[in-house]
Design a protein around this ligand. Sequence first.
Ligand code: G5P
Ligand code: MG
Length: 223
Amino acid sequence: MVLQRIFRAVIMGPPGSGKGTVSERIIKSFGLQHLSSGDILRRNIEAKTELGLLLKACIDQGQLVPDDVMSRLIFRDLRALGQSSWLLDGFPRTVSQAEALDDAFVVDTVVNLDVPFDIIKQRLTCRWTHLPSGRVYNTDFNPPQVHGFDDLTGEPLVQREDDLPETVTRRLKSYENQTEPVLEYYRSKGVLESFSGTETNKIWPHIEAFLHRKLPSINENVA
Ligand code: G5P
Ligand code: MG
């Protein structure tokens, strides 16, 4: 599908709800640019800068990175995308981040993945990630063709340190306290669309149909 007008979307959901997995499908079907806050942070950590050390400390403890640091990093990358349509994954995660985003860009829609916490805990213990691209695998759900290696590049996969069970519990707590209010923020603006379920393959057709309905109406507005 070729977009005729700039379309800006956010994907939200608890840690491990499938934001990265669903984002991959959205960008493939709808051609949006994908920006993941977690991937940006992990690339900074890989670069072993002073900032990277601070970020690693927050992430390993299952805490959010301070709003000003996160916003600075994400807005720099968003500006670099210019007039493209994009899908933002993992940002905003606090009401103050949502307000900062609203000041800078119009968000057309927010897709929220509503997946039970017990399902999430199970999934994250089996996740393997290709750090340079952010591609995710799962030994049960979507295993790589060769165990431990990325399908496209053949490079090694790693398990994220913040996927340790006690860190996952802390991440879920910080989601409840700091990120759930963002859902209310977007609900009151009338742009939130929630999709509930325990399996990505069952949720996906609903998201795809929703975005197909949403995008033509945006194109018509331009005509
Ligand atoms: P991240 O990197 O944004 P989280 O915690 O929001 O991390 P995460 O862990 O990346 O989210 P996800 O993207 O929602 O999860 O889920 P995913 O990777 O697609 O799927 C999880 C696993 O389940 C994968 O193995 C996948 O294959 C599998 N899976 C998917 N669907 C199914 C299914 O149907 N069945 C099964 N069995 N498996 C499935 O953020 C990391 C940290 O960075 C900081 C915070 O410290 C955060 O904790 N951070 C921020 N701090 C401040 N502000 C922000 N805006 C920040 N953004 C990030
Ligand atoms: Mg992710």
